[in-house]
Design a protein around this ligand. Sequence first.
Ligand SMILES: [Zn+2]
Length: 73
Amino acid sequence: MLYIQYLRVKLILMPRKKRCPVCNKTDQVIPIIYGFPDESLFIKADKGEVILGGCVIVENNPEWYCKRDDKRF
Ligand SMILES: [Zn+2]
């Protein structure tokens, strides 16, 4: 439960979008969220607002995804 709250806080506090290193734009960049997602995250993922990164959290996990270039960074 605590982790779900952490995920929510993380989403709210998510820094401004990073620029995609390929297209150098931010319009198609969405955050990658790690951990066990709750229902609201599944809905956001369905809408293409976030990518679910899975439960394996390692250092230097990519935090952003560009839909235009299919690029994680
Ligand atoms: Zn891109």
